[in-house]
Ligand binder design. Structure first.
Ligand code: GTQ
Length: 373
C-alpha cells in the first residue's frame, strides 16, 4: 500500500545499506506525511563519493546554430523579445536554462541601428563578440566599442544595454551569465531602466584608456567594487599577451599556455561569481588529461582541434562552443601543425575557490591520455 520510496543502498562499510521491510516502508510513509524522511534511504545519493554532474559534455556547432540565430532577427523584434537570444540548453539540465552547471549561455543577434533596453540584475554577465561590426555596450554610463573576440563584463548590479551602430553590420555575440546560480541562491532581482536607456557619461572606451594599460593603474584610483573596473578586454592585447607568455614558458601539461583575465585593481578574478581565461594551444600541441571541480564553457576563438572529455572525442572548430562539466576528465588537442588554436573559457572558478570547493586531479595513467570509451 505504501508508496514507492527511494532507497540508495551501498554494500560498503560506512555507507547506508538498509533493506526494505514492510515495517520500514510504513515508517517511511508516516515520515513522508510529516514532510520528513529517513536519511539512510537517500544518504548515498545526496553525499556521492565524488561530484556527480547532471550536465553532459556538448559541442554547440556554430555552423548549425548560426542560421537559426540570424532567423530570430526576422521572427521577433527587440521590443517584443527584450533580447533576441538562442540559449544553449544542456540535455542533462532541462530543469533550468543552463549550458553547463550553473552557467547560462546564449547567442545574441542584433541588426545595425538597433539597441536593447537598459536593465540591471543580480546576475553577472559577460559577452564574447563573435561577428559583425559596430557593436557597442554601455555599462553604468561607460560606452565601449566591441570587435571580434573582445571580452566584455556587465557585472551584477550595473545598468547595461547593447546596440549596433547604424553604420555597422549584423552582430552576433555569446552571452554568459550566472543566472542558474543566482536563482539557485534565490537572490535574483531584475530592473528595467526608468528611461529604457542610460546616458553615456564618460569618453567612449574610457575604461580601456584608464584601466587597460599593462602594469599601470590610475594613481589613487581606489576601486572597491567586487568586480573589475576594466569592463572590456580586447582581443589584440589578449592574443599578444598569450604569444608573449608562450615565448618564455613550456606552459602547463594540462592547459598549454593559459592566462586568466584579471581585475587590474586586485589581480583576482574579473567578477565574484564567474571568471574567464584564454588558452593557447601551440601547433600540434596535445595536453594531458586532468579534472577539477567547477563548470567550464569553452568558446573556440581561433583554430580547430578536439577535446577528449570523459573518454569521448569532441571535434571543434572556430566559433564552436563546448562544455566540460565539473569533475570530468578532459584534454585538448590542436588539429593544426602550423597554426595555433585559442580557447576562451568561462567558468565558476571564483565561486569554487572562494568557497573552498576547488579540487584538481591529474589523470595518472597512460601518459596522461584517456583511453577512448
Ligand atoms: O543582456 O543581460 O542572454 O539578462 C540573458 C539574460 C542576456 C543580458 C541574456 C540577460 C542578458
Amino acid at each position: 500500500m505504501g508508496r514507492k520510496h527511494e532507497n540508495y543502498r551501498e554494500d560498503t562499510p560506512g555507507r547506508a545499506n538498509v533493506a526494505d521491510t514492510p515495517e520500514l516502508l510504513a515508517y517511511y510513509d508516516e515520515l513522508d506525511r510529516l514532510d520528513a524522511g529517513a536519511l539512510w534511504t537517500v544518504a548515498n545519493r545526496i553525499e556521492p563519493w565524488e561530484p556527480v554532474s547532471q550536465s553532459v559534455p556538448v559541442v554547440w556547432r556554430y555552423g548549425e546554430l548560426r542560421g537559426h540565430v540570424l532567423r530570430s532577427l526576422d521572427l521577433v523584434t527587440p521590443e517584443e523579445a527584450g533580447r533576441r537570444v538562442v540559449y544553449l540548453s544542456n540535455p542533462g539540465r532541462r530543469d533550468v536554462a543552463a549550458a553547463v552547471g550553473w552557467i547560462y549561455a546564449g547567442l545574441q543577434a542584433m541588426k545595425p541601428g538597433e539597441a536593447a533596453s537598459a536593465h540591471r540584475h543580480s546576475a553577472s554577465a559577460i559577452r564574447f563578440i563573435m561577428e559583425g561590426e559596430g557593436a557597442y555596450t554601455v555599462v553604468d554610463g561607460h560606452k565601449m566599442t566591441l570587435g571580434r573576440n573582445d571580452f566584455v563584463l556587465t557585472p551584477n548590479g550595473t545598468w547595461h544595454e547593447h546596440g549596433v551602430e547604424a553604420a555597422g553590420s549584423t552582430c552576433i555575440w555569446q552571452d554568459g551569465l550566472d543566472i542558474p546560480f543566482v536563482n539557485a541562491m534565490e537572490a535574483n532581482f531584475y530592473e528595467v531602466h526608468p528611461d529604457l536607456a542610460q546616458a553615456v557619461a564618460f569618453e567612449v572606451d574610457d575604461v580601456t584608456k584608464s584601466w587597460g594599460n599593462p602594469g599601470l593603474a590610475p594613481a589613487g584610483g581606489a576601486w572597491t567594487e567586487g568586480y573589475s573596473p576594466l569592463f572590456k578586454y580586447e582581443w589584440l592585447a589578449t592574443y599578444e599577451a598569450l604569444c608573449n607568455y608562450a615565448g618564455c614558458t613550456d606552459g602547463s601539461p594540462h592547459d598549454g599556455v593559459l592566462m586568466e583575465y584579471v581585475n587590474p585593481a586586485t589581480n583576482g578574478p574579473v567578477m565574484q561569481t564567474m571568471g574567464a581565461s584564454m588558452q593557447l594551444l601551440r601547433p600540434g600541441e596535445r595536453t594531458e588529461a586532468h579534472r577539477h571541480t567547477g563548470s567550464f564553457l569553452y568558446h573556440v576563438a581561433r583554430g580547430s582541434g578536439h577535446s577528449i572529455i570523459d573518454g569521448r572525442r569532441y571535434d571543434w572548430s572556430e566559433r564552436d562552443i563546448f562544455c566540460v562539466p565539473s569533475w570530468a576528465w578532459h584534454e585538448h588537442a590542436n588539429a593544426s601543425g602550423t597554426e595555433d588554436a585559442c580557447l576562451f573559457c568561462l567558468s565558476d572558478l571564483p565561486v569554487m575557490r572562494a568557497l573552498g570547493l576547488y579540487r584538481e586531479q591529474a589523470f595518472g595513467e597512460n601518459g596522461g591520455r584517456q583511453p577512448l570509451v
